[in-house]
Ligand binder design. Sequence first.
Ligand code: SF4
Length: 497
Amino acid sequence: MDGSIAPSGGGCHGGRERMVDAARAAGKSETLERLMHDYPRGPHDQPQSMCPAFGSLRVGLRMRRVATILSGSACCVYGLTFTSHFYGAKRTVGYVPFNSETLVKGQLFEDIRNAVYETAKPENYDAVVVINLCVPTASGVPLDLLPKQIEGVRIIGIDVPGFGVPTHAEAKDVLAGAMLKYARTEAEAGPVARPRSLQDLPTVSLIGELFPGDPPGIGALLAPMGMAVAPQLPAREWRDLYAALDCTVAAAVHPFYTATVREFRAAGRPVVGSGPVGVDGTAAWLEAVGAAAGIATDKIEAAKNKALPAIRAALDAHPIDARITVSGYEGSELLVARALMEAGADVPYVGTACPRTEWSDADRIWLEERGTFVQFRASLDQDVAAMLDVRPDLAIGTTPLVQKGKEHGIPALYFTNMVSARPLFGAAGAGALAGIVAAQIKGAPRFARMVSFFDQVGAGSATGYGWQGKPVEPKGSRERMRKQREAKAKALEAVGT
Ligand code: SF4
């Protein structure tokens, strides 16, 4: 991070308030107010997930004919491009570098503008997205002054600072919402390009990144009501945005898309929460969608009568007899917990890094009525404490939680791999989780053997390679280090006085 403009020690490793102050002083107050409103913090400050901007970057990179350009410190951009390609982006990530001088003199904005003009060729792109990371946001680089379009190519500039957007999940909404707003304004102004997959039936727009098999499965659930699914959001192509906006009902399946929902509401579309998960969830969701779309009761009942017995049968055929804790930062944690519980699992704790919203209320209430403790904006500490307290047969969670679980001999599974690699909804979702849960739990004795075999070797401060025996802490080393730290802190204080 360039220390001369942005406060030193800022970004994702501390100094959030100073970064916020700097951004306000640089004219970004309105942006910050909007981010704080859409993505409220607390009860703790900052969930521990990857750089939030990854969410926006991913949404841009997954769209056809859309170029994505990052403006930020080289180290942040390195991490973000690495992660993108790790997840198979296979697309170029644009980058406008800067130094202290170009940042101070406003040249960075000019460089971004030039990059946008160079990139925005209508034969290549429908839209160019520019993402301000922490330092350019804190320094007030005014992306809103970029042209709105160049030769018909839409230009979308967004601020996605780690000190304003708590999770990468919510950062997906920042870009999805900005694109939907642009598309809505276009549709309101006059005729727009015809979407490829325009349906004659009333449609439901699904909000959230889902397993590829889930939208067709949900389409089958809706068919008896005479409804179909619209292209889902985040979209894969610009004109899909028009088809999504043209829906009869928007479904906030992932409940943290606040900006996206705002656009659907501005377009006059009703929005329903939760999702068709398990028997109870599917029944309630079909009723909510049918009511919002004005579908006759007999058709809603027909849809339920067709779907629910198949889901019940799938659940009965794949029972889960295990105690499981669920935590993650994808936003679908409550839905996954419901699916597990309907299959018979005991889920005493669900932690999600995402905030509580009205669209997850039905799931929260369903879980709490069955004795599950639901923690929104959960920190890693809370997730780990819950796991160690409950000692589940299986802990589903983030990478550090999984690591902690294995250290304690608790079988653990990475949430993202679990949800992104299998269906969650309808009958397909009902049977999908049981197999992987059973396979993981079967490994429990192996974990216990591993813990006793290593017996604290390589744990904590003794972690590392090359030991011949159990590492012994040098006598007095902790005390010496403590004194050194205190002396250093005192010396720093003295500089400030
Ligand atoms: S852009 Fe991301 S990685 Fe860089 S300082 Fe901000 S939160 Fe951290």
